[in-house]
Write a protein that binds this ligand. Sequence first.
Ligand SMILES: [Zn+2]
Length: 194
Amino acid sequence: MLNFDRQPPQSDTDRPLPLKRTPTLGRLRAMITSPNLIGIHTHFFGGHTVPHEEPECKACIKGVPYRWHGWVSAIQAANRLHFIFEFTAQAGEVFQTYFEAHQTLRGCIFDAERMHHRRNGRVILQVKPGDLAQLALPEPPDLEACLRIIWQLPAEPTTEATKKNGQRALHVNNADHFLADRLGLPAPKKTKAS
Ligand SMILES: [Zn+2]
């Protein structure tokens, strides 16, 4: 007996997406799929981007400065690739202003390019609302869980301090599935909700 689905399974839509930044050459045009952005201070420490943890993390103790980064999920116009877009605080303000005007970022079309097309040049971001009715946008991923995988962090907040700071608990089950997927392990067994 063949059981056809009308929708791909949840685990496929939850797969961590590739991370992209504003290109040095050319321009990135995409439509945002997540309802809002998420952001955190990060350090460049030990050759990697790592999130800063309150009140003081290993990188802070070594005197490494931190800067804010934000992320949204988006569909690239050129090839329909669903990806996570990383940006700095200055570009984040543009998204924040859009969010305040529209109460969501989902459906926002943005063009991102670098001033003078220089490596690490200032990002010029232009935003405008897209026509959501014309497009079937995919469901956004769990951005926090995707970032935890990118940073190779455990699925749960590791310290009491982060819990006390009101960080919401992650979807641990989903994160287990992402990890299993990434590492090529069998997915953890689902416990059926009654
Ligand atoms: Zn830190």
